[in-house]
Write a protein that binds this ligand. Sequence first.
Ligand code: SF4
Length: 237
Amino acid sequence: MNAAQRRALFERLRALNPHPRTELEYSTPFELLVAVILSAQATDKSVNLATRRLFPLASTPRAMLDLGVEGLAQHVRSIGLYQGKARNIVAACRILLEQHGGEVPADRDSLEALPGVGRKTANVILNTAFGQPTMAVDTHVFRVANRTGLAPGKTVRAVEERLLERVPGEFLHDAHHWLILHGRYVCRARAPDCPNCAIADLCEYRHKASAPEAGDVRAAQRAPGASRRPAVGRRRG
Ligand code: SF4
C-alpha cells in the first residue's frame, strides 16, 4: 500500500467516524486506567457493566485501596480473570499514591511499572488520556494492519513501529481507534464484511470477498447502517 492509498484509507475511516472514541466508559485518567486493566481478554461491554456500578463507589486510588482486593473483586467478578485484575489494580493504586501523588503518570516508564500495565495498556492511556500519538496494537489493529497491507508485521511490536512510520501525521492520534473499530465491526476475524467495507478497493487482503467498484463504495457509505459504525463510548458525567 503506497502513501496515497494510506492517506485515502484514513480519510475514508475519518469520514465515517470523525471523532472516534474508546468504547470503554470513563471520566478521568484513573478510571480509564482501571477500565483498560479490566478489559484484558474481556469485552468492553462487560467492563462497562461492571464499572457503572464500581466507579460511583470508588473512582480514586484512595477509594479503590480502601475497597481492597476482596471488595473490588466483588464488583468485577463478571469479568474474566477478575481476581488477578483486582490484585493488580489495588497494587497499582498503592504505587499511584506512594509515588505519583495519587495521579496517573503521563510517561511510559512509570505506567509500565504499574502492575497489570504492559506496553499496549500504556499506549492506550498515553493516547486516550494524555493525547499522545501512540499506537496501541490489539488483536483487531494487528489483523487489519496485516490484511490490508497498511503495516504488515509478524509481531505486535513490529506492527506498532510500522504504523508509527506509515500513518500520516494528521491521522496518528486517532488511527488506533479507527483501526480497532474497523476490525471489531467490519474486518472481523472470521467473517470480514468485505462487500460493505469502505476501504475494500485499497485493501490487499488476498482472500477478501469481491471488492466493490469505487461508485459502489460511495453508495455503501451512504446507505443507512452500511458503515457499521458503532456507537462510540460515552464519557460519564
Ligand atoms: S476488504 Fe475485507 S479484508 Fe480488507 S479491510 Fe475490508 S473487510 Fe478487511
